[in-house]
Ligand binder design. Sequence first.
Ligand code: 13P
Ligand code: SF4
Length: 317
Amino acid sequence: TMDTATWASEVRRLARERDAVILAHNYQRPEIQDVADHTGDSLGLSRLAATVEAGTIVFCGVHFMAETAKILAPEKTVLIPDANAGCSLADTITAQDVREWRDQHPGAVVVAYVNTTAAVKAETDICCTSSNAADVVRSIPEDREILFLPDQFLGAHVRRVTGRDNIHVWMGECHVHAGIDGQELRERVAAEPEAELYVHPECGCSTSALYLVGAGTVPEERVNVLSTGGMLSAAERSTADKVLVATETGMLHQLRSANPATEFEAVNPRAECHYMKMITAEKLLASLRDGTTEITVDTGTAASARRSVERMVEIGT
Ligand code: 13P
Ligand code: SF4
């Protein structure tokens, strides 16, 4: 086995040889984040995929993210180091489910979180990510009914911050974030009353975080419901001694390097996404060496899905 420095230089060499750019999500293993050209959240990585010059994108993340890259950059080769890196949230809804739901609500606008397959995106009107979901919903005329899918906690959050009650929410969830629950958050806050909170809106505890504010337990300015990219920007500016972080634990690596003076701690240290961690050092190397596994999306599906993703990108949030 190679040491990390040898592995990293081999990865960089193969990437040059292949004219490949390596994109990594904030939940990836630390060594993958460190070797990547760009690390970011779903929205940031989608934007990059659409604009990078390289002929090949190696996507270190889960399958729907690599598919989104392919949808936005159809002329590029998109590789994922392990094609089995799925997503429990994306698995909660199929294209057929969307068609049936839409039939029950004629005239409604279908908003899809990017954590969905290309086939599902193709059935929707506009996509959103955790960082722009509220802005996407605000861009829709107030009298239009909205079907929001697939995450119930993000949907409830959007309903709360936009104050709209004509939003129907699909009852899907991500097993990792749903597992960071209100009970756990309340216990951690009781033990660390001075800490700031960063809460991903997919968390089971995102509603509890706002109840803690409502009950006066934690002052409002200390509670931040953010995407992973939003957490990183907040961390860069933070003057807090301690921040409790409610999201997948891979995020701590970026937060700690962004601000070594602040202590970042997981609300639930067991909140690990095994799909994200399927992208290992060996598999990244093999992917660059062998050109595996190439992501394909059929042209018709890609064209419909692209309209939905591009409407989101055009809102420019
Ligand atoms: P963001 O990076 O967009 O916040 O997404 C979080 C997530 O769960 C992706 O799987
Ligand atoms: Fe999917 Fe949850 Fe893993 Fe994100 S953390 S990829 S939403 S299973």
